[in-house]
Design a protein around this ligand. Structure first.
Ligand SMILES: Cc1ncc(COP(=O)(O)O)c(C=O)c1O
Length: 481
């Protein structure tokens, strides 16, 4: 289906555009990609996808209706009517839509789905993306390492349940640099931090458990902890991070709960939790027997000064599960991260991982080990920080030039994000939609928390600087309207 998303009508062809589109959609139906009874994408979405007016889509759909392939059911959109394979009694054919609706994993929020679609469109300028720009991913270094690996016997088998011992030793050494003492047997290699969150939710949370977290939080934007399991309880933040005084208001609600925090260069607010606040949070969680999930994927991306030591490094009681990843600093495509915690917990998570995917790609693990082992990762980080500093200044200057007095924001000390407040009369949702129409993708705040409708998440990590400047100028113009 991904290939077909990229299909566009040929503007130079003699065949009318609506006919090309009708032909393309017909192929989706006759190949069984769109089955009888299923709803086809909205006209607006198809128009955007194919770069045509909505009226062209309407004409194409009318043609398919006339052929008996589609039917419009008032109030429920256009559906596929029947396919030759479905036979004469198409009403009894398999209803995939019903199966999909009943599946237990929640779908993404519509805005997150729209963001995911737009991110796949190379014509869109990504002004809010949580990813390094392609030119900041050290592809030369990764190629050289792959070359070196290719000259040795490749690790082609399944790895141990906790992951490659050689990589775990390197991660253990790497974590010692942050002051965390973690032997390789307390480290589980995962396919990115997101998988760590899935494993934790399946491995240690009971039905209906409460997850305390910052409001806003990245965790609101995905169903890493499926809603059937959890109740998200957002705790306000201030300039020093999560407000422990507000968390303590829930003291009677801690049974079976966990606390999730992103203390360093928080996603999306960019806030760094202060050292004293980290100590206070650890004390609170220890006193209340509340497991603390510390998601530290942005730690290495400090620009002005390193953040305070991880909470995990102060935790002698073993209440913290520490999550790290190479996605934000090196390459998200590698899919390598880790969880560190008490041995019985990581073994429980490893057991679930074995039932899920039998381990992270052994080749990715070997590559990650090479990067961490030879000091090349640290060398690469110096370049990434240097480039992110330049990009942060460029975005800051563009905001000052075009959005002064229209947006409120503060400069983050690291990570990727600028969390900007828009005036109440503008609203982040219409801005998101209008900017997307103009080819600029921003992340609207409401995907990060229930009370974040007046915010936008900007990122200086991805778009080329001239595109970023154009985008911020456009944003300023829209805000002024
Ligand atoms: C705070 C946080 N945790 C986890 C992730 C997921 O990262 P990974 O690619 O390692 O799964 C992200 C990615 O946006 C993130 O911002």
């Amino acid at each position: 289906m991904k290939g077909s998303l990229r299909w566009k009508p040929d503007q130079t062809s003699k065949i009318p555009i609506f006919k090309q589109i009708a032909g393309h959609l017909k192929e989706r139906i006759l190949s069984g990609e769109w089955t009888a009874g299923s709803r086809i994408p909205a006209q607006r979405q198809l128009a955007g996808q194919f770069g045509v007016n909505r009226s062209t889509i309407v004409t194409a759909l009318e043609e398919l209706k006339a052929e008996g392939l589609l039917e419009g059911i008032t109030g429920s959109g256009t559906r596929v009517r029947s396919t030759p394979a479905a036979g004469p009694d198409s009403s009894r054919s398999l209803d995939w839509d019903a199966y999909i609706r009943r599946g237990i994993h929640m779908p993404n929020l519509p805005a997150v789905q729209a963001i995911n679609r737009a991110e796949a469109d190379p014509a869109v300028v990504r002004l809010g993306t949580g990813e390094l720009a392609p030119e900041l991913i050290p592809s030369g270094m990764l190629q050289r390492m792959l070359g070196r690996l290719a000259r040795q016997p490749l690790p082609g088998g399944y790895e141990e349940p906790l992951g490659s011992p050689a990589l775990r030793s390197e991660v253990s050494r790497h974590l010692a640099g942050y002051g965390i003492t973690a032997s390789p047997s307390s480290i589980l290699i995962v396919s990115g931090a997101l998988q760590a969150l899935h494993l934790i939710s399946m491995g240690i949370l009971r039905q209906g458990a409460t997850v305390f977290l910052e409001n806003p939080s990245y965790l609101h934007s995905i169903h890493a902890m499926p809603a059937v399991h959890t109740r998200m309880a957002g705790i306000p933040m201030d300039g020093e991070g999560l407000r422990v005084d507000r968390l303590s208001e829930h003291a009677e609600d801690m049974n079976g709960a966990v606390l999730y925090t992103i203390p360093s260069f928080h996603n999306p607010s960019g806030i760094v939790m202060s050292g004293p606040r980290r100590a206070e949070l650890l004390r609170f969680c220890t006193e209340h027997g509340l497991p603390l999930l510390e998601d530290d994927v942005y730690r290495d991306l400090w620009l002005d000064a390193p953040p305070p030591p991880p909470i995990k490094s102060m935790d002698a009681g073993g209440i913290t599960l520490y999550i790290g990843s190479l996605s934000k600093t090196l390459s998200p495509g590698l899919r390598v991260g880790w969880v560190v915690g008490p041995q019985p917990v990581v073994e429980r998570l490893a057991d679930i991982k074995m039932q899920t995917d039998y381990g992270t790609s052994s080749i990715s693990q070997a590559l990650a080990r090479e990067c961490l082992a030879g000091g090349l990762y640290e060398e690469h980080l110096l370049r990434v920080r240097e480039q992110l500093l330049i990009r942060r200044s460029a975005m800051q200057e563009a905001l000052e030039q075009h959005c002064q007095g229209l947006l409120e924001w503060s400069t983050p000390q690291g990570g990727f994000y600028i969390w900007a407040k828009v005036p109440a009369r503008s609203g982040a949702k219409p801005l998101f939609q209008r900017m997307l129409k103009k080819g600029f993708l921003l992340n609207p705040g409401y995907v990060y928390g229930p009370s974040c409708g007046a915010y936008l998440r900007l990122s200086y990590a991805y778009a080329p600087i001239p595109d970023m400047q154009r985008g911020i100028r456009e944003l300023g113009a829209l805000l002024r309207q």
